[in-house]
Design a protein around this ligand. Structure first.
Ligand code: SF4
Length: 312
């Protein structure tokens, strides 16, 4: 099984080697409207799982191949904190990461689980999503597993933000007509003022979503950013400000990386060196990679991924 992907230049987190903790299928306790993955029934635990030792073995090899990555990112086809051996894995990564940072991208829903909470404290960076803080809007946008309680999530996020000594990022992803109302933004603002975090990223849909929804324009995000308290570390997530050196990708790495994250021409220009771009074009000629036009942007995607998305 292939757990490691990248390196990818994250718009916000630097050059990152990703670890997919659910490489076989989507396993998530949310079914967000904006998810890049196909819609799926929500779950509260993983049914398909792998030993931490297998992941660590593959990571060791990737760290030798890609010594310049500066972040190791725990993510998943779904929610990474559902991985049952998360604590063992984080301890193992901390043993081999050297001067790299560790990061997890989580939807925050399991943060009220004591074990998850303690495991996340062992990381250098944590990104917690918080798309909505009123029950109706939360249910509409994130479509959570039945027993998930929004108030418990909010309480845990506030407590965690006060205890965590690493870098904490909050992400709010806006969907037009769902969580971009004045009422929801005021409610979010109230909660955010109780948090201690490095940055609050305001984002919107910039990759093919699971459901037919619309994102906001940069100008709309800019307007929303002014509706939050001026003291909050609000940041409009954008493709600008990426600083990374182009890397060499094998054919397999190109397919694997595009499978995890469709890339635009801008991304490719930033990430791929000349010979990798040549290999990408050969893959397009062989129809192993295709270009899909979505929301004014062209995305490179593996053909297999496009067919999967059509099934959704
Ligand atoms: S966006 Fe993340 S949290 Fe939401 S359904 Fe997809 S994988 Fe799960």
């Amino acid at each position: 099984m292939k757990f490691i992907f990248g390196p990818v230049a994250s718009r916000r987190f630097g050059t990152s080697l990703g670890i997919d903790l659910s490489p076989g299928k989507k396993q998530c306790n949310f079914d967000c409207l904006y998810c890049e993955l196909a819609p799926a029934l929500t779950v509260n635990k993983q049914s398909e799982t792998y030993p931490a030792s297998d992941i660590l073995k593959e990571l060791k090899n990737s760290l030798i191949e890609h010594p310049n990555s500066d972040v190791i990112t725990l993510t998943a086809n779904g929610e990474p904190t559902l991985y049952p051996y998360l604590d063992e894995l984080i301890i193992g990564i901390n043993d081999i990461k050297e001067n790299r940072e560790t990061l997890i991208l989580t939807n925050s829903a399991t943060l009220n689980n004591k074990q998850t909470y303690q495991s996340l404290l062992k990381l250098n960076q944590v990104k917690l999503s918080l798309d909505a803080v009123t029950a109706d809007v939360f249910k509409k946008i994130d479509r959570p597993y039945a027993d998930i309680n929004l108030n418990k999530i909010i309480d845990s996020v506030i407590t965690f933000s006060n205890e965590f000594t690493g870098k904490l990022f909050i992400e709010i992803l806006f969907v037009r007509g769902i969580n971009d109302t004045k009422e929801e933004i005021n409610a979010l603002n109230k909660v955010l003022k109780e948090l201690k975090c490095q940055r609050i990223d305001l984002g919107t849909i910039d990759r093919p979503p699971a459901y037919p929804i619309e994102g906001l324009s940069y100008n709309q995000l800019f307007e929303i950013s002014h509706m939050f308290d001026a003291n909050l570390p609000i940041h409009i997530a954008s493709r600008k400000n990426i600083q990374t050196e182009p890397s060499n990708y094998s054919n397999e790495e190109i397919i694997n990386t595009l499978d995890k994250r469709p890339l635009t021409q801008d991304d490719v220009t930033i990430l791929f060196n000349k010979s990798s771009i040549k290999r990408l074009h050969q893959l397009i000629q062989k129809e192993e990679v295709r270009i899909k036009h979505i929301a004014n942007l062209d995305f490179y995607m593996p053909s297999a991924n496009i067919s999967r998305k059509k099934v959704k």
